[in-house]
Design a protein around this ligand. Sequence first.
Ligand SMILES: [Zn+2]
Length: 531
Amino acid sequence: MSNSADTKLFHWADQTAEKIIRERGDLDVYTCASGITPSGTVHIGNFREIISVDLVVRALKERGKNVRFIYSWDDYDVFRKVPANMPKQDELQKYLRYPITLVPDTFGRDESYARHHEVDVENILPKVGIHPEFLYQAERYRSGMYVEGMKKALDNREKIKDCLNRHRDDAHKIPADEAYWPVSVFCSACNRDTTTVTGWDGEWGLSYTCECGHGETADIRTAKGVKLGWRVDWPMRWFFEKTVFEPAGKDHHSQGGSFDTARIVSEEIFDWPAPVTFRYDFIGSKGNPGKMSSSSGKVVDLADVLRVYQPEVTRYLFAGTRPNTEFVISFDLDVIKIYEDYDKTERIAWGLQAAKNDDVLAKEKRIYELSQVDGMPSCVSYQIPFRHLCNLLQINSGDIDAVLSSLPDLLPDQVDRLKTRAACAWYWITECAPEDFRFALVADGTCAELSATEKTAVVTIRDSVLPAMDGLDEKALSERLYAVANDAGLDPKDLFTAVYRALVGKERGPRLASFMKVIGPERLSAILSGY
Ligand SMILES: [Zn+2]
């Protein structure tokens, strides 16, 4: 929406965009990068990097900049470890030390193991409004696209060795008498990287031997197995793509870590300033994300999050938190609170609720804008607390259309968002919510085993409270229920328990008066008709 002066610097994405423009000047195109090795399920912590870049990309675009958002699939990296949640572990074991792009998809769906994980991400990102340009590193290396970069690294291998050693203590330095090669080789006979580089002719010929017994001098212009090592590959690609922004996880952003060495290599070897960056922190999860979590080694990914959080709320989790802050994504009762927080931000953004002050207003508005999937919606969402929606769904046995049709003031432009929220709520109730949060109304006319006194009280509710219920607000209804308990000589708590048993066959349920209002007198009388 707006990028007016009063809102622009309240958000870290805007601050980063301004920093990029300040440091890199006026450019025809601002290349912002993210990427990962598709060595297993791309989990929600990895998603934090993608959405962090997306938020900065949006902030740059809103400043009128031409932005290229690239996402690198490092599928030419080596397959080091079989993740516990992958099928056919024994089969995958055979491909250790292969480039991931040559490992088969043991799910049997895609052309390779790497591609399987890439497809999962590429299919789901548009649902949260993220549309990067994907770069496939195996394909790029094998097509010879980086041959000049590799040659440059080989030409400068002594200098690179010095760059890599600069931040290391003596115990971790590459020894002066040890040959350093900036490239690694997948053997053309066995596909594994169990190779040792033995020489380079100063032009295009690189010699290696392999543990399998194979050895050759490969021409790096046509060889299919040569790539740069990670700490050189990264800066070479910053230079190649003219990257001006790339965040990195805290594992790469430690003092003297891979970002620091990549920065030195980038500046001293490739003559390209390292991109503007920030460190993003790890993400944990709390509660049960659903059935699939029982399979061994399951990691929480974006698909798990989107089953419980509608896309705007998912974006909100990240847009509303500074990247260098660790946080957990909850699948337990906290889900209710997260939805409440989002709804409050939304009401503030639409002027339906006052903010504490103008700064809070500007910030909340900006977080809300950045949380939207595809620009600002034409109207505010239908305001229904998540907890209430859960109750409505349970009363209607999960029938979303029935719930929607019970809301007479629902606007046409609110329907899709509410349907998505309802689907998330139903998934959460059935798969994640604590057992005592779940209920189902018993069939009409079912009788619970109640004492004579409890029965009398229930009949009183049915015959004298329900007919007047439409005229009572929640508080008045509650008072009537207490009066019924009093008249019957029952502890109110015991009466409530009896009513819950009569309605949902459990000792507990949602707050009774509001629960009864939601069910409505007709349905209540039908359920209680057997007493
Ligand atoms: Zn070999």
